[in-house]
Design a protein around this ligand. Structure first.
Ligand SMILES: [Zn+2]
Length: 330
């Protein structure tokens, strides 16, 4: 991957060879002043590629924020080439509210990329993030989780459009060390940062882990180790990526919604493979009665599942069920 010419800072954080710096990147204006994303930059002692890693584009998904900070604090800069730009809270308004969407306009930032400087505040922030990443990074990683309502297994996702950027993103996604990789073509993802970047020629991928309004240290470590493996595969760190196994490849995703209201009771696990007709969960009403039994319409990989006893109304999204393209090996 070629090294892009790069500015000497991102917002107020500078690239200083051999040092980890901190600052903030203004993305919009609030009533009382700038809305800024916290930024850390780890710069290696030698020139090399620039890796952009961002977390909390969905504000409640803090596992990525903590994993990114952990990676940046422990990376050995004397052996690193290039730089890692870490955006610790890519949607600062949603992060402050600990909400998935921006409270000011209700928008999901990861559905509005590449954004617009004449749109809602979410779209203006998205535009500045997109342009800064596109013009400074050779590769981009976006960290996500199931957030407060769902739990996801540890997996990576790239946009599978056959382009050179997509092929490079696939190689990075496989290098991350997850058991599962989603080669996505689902049109509902078209406003995601990674899709818009891949279409503009920058390899980009998502790393997902955990959620369900809980966070274990192992999930933070999963994010940190995935970033490290991607940095090795991208040529920033010495050594080969850790993964020796062939991941299970998944594709087309069905979103599953409730019809009834009450509480969602899972009957399978995130990361499990379910057969066609197999029960994935139930909706129990406030009187304790089972109102709805939800089954998978196909053999599928459970890429996201509502957390136990999630309060739901009709039309609440409670699962993502993906086609299995190929099974991985040891
Ligand atoms: Zn997310």
């Amino acid at each position: 991957l070629a090294s892009a010419p790069r500015p000497d800072r991102i917002g107020s954080a500078a690239f200083v060879p051999g040092e980890l710096t901190r600052g903030d990147l203004p993305l919009a204006q609030h009533i009382d002043g700038p809305v800024s994303a916290p930024v850390m930059i780890a710069t290696g002692s030698r020139p090399g590629p620039t890796l952009w890693v961002q977390a909390a584009v969905h504000g409640g998904e803090v596992g990525g924020t903590l994993g990114l900070a952990r990676f940046l604090e422990r990376v050995e800069l004397s052996t690193m080439a290039g730089a890692v730009i870490g955006i610790l809270a890519a949607n600062p308004l949603a992060f402050q509210a600990q909400a998935r969407n921006t409270p000011q306009d209700g928008e999901n930032m990861n559905r509005v990329f590449p954004g617009s400087l004449s749109g809602t505040i979410t779209r203006q922030m998205a535009r500045r993030l997109f342009e800064t990443a596109r013009t400074t990074a050779d590769m981009v990683v976006d960290l996500h989780s199931g957030g407060a309502e769902a739990t996801v297994p540890f997996y990576t996702l790239y946009w599978d459009d056959g382009s050179p950027a997509s092929a490079a993103a696939r190689a990075l996604a496989v290098s991350a060390g997850t058991a599962t990789v989603w080669a996505a073509r689902d049109e509902w993802l078209s406003g995601a940062l990674i899709v818009q970047l891949t279409r503009s020629g920058t390899p980009a991928l998502i790393v997902e882990s955990g959620g369900g309004a809980a966070l274990e240290d192992g999930e933070i470590e999963s994010f940190a180790s995935a970033i490290e493996s991607i940095a090795r595969a991208g040529g920033l760190l010495p050594g080969s990526p850790g993964s020796a196994r062939e991941p299970t490849m998944i594709g087309s995703c069905d979103l599953v919604f409730t019809k009834e209201g009450g509480f969602f009771v899972p009957r399978c696990r995130p990361g499990q493979i379910v057969e066609g007709g197999e029960r994935i969960g139930e909706v129990v009403d406030v009187f304790g009665q089972v109102r709805e039994r939800i089954s998978s319409g196909k053999r599928a990989f459970v890429a996201a599942l509502g957390r136990p006893y999630l309060p739901v109304h009709s039309g609440a999204m409670i699962a993502e069920l993906n086609d299995i393209v190929s099974h991985g090996g040891a």
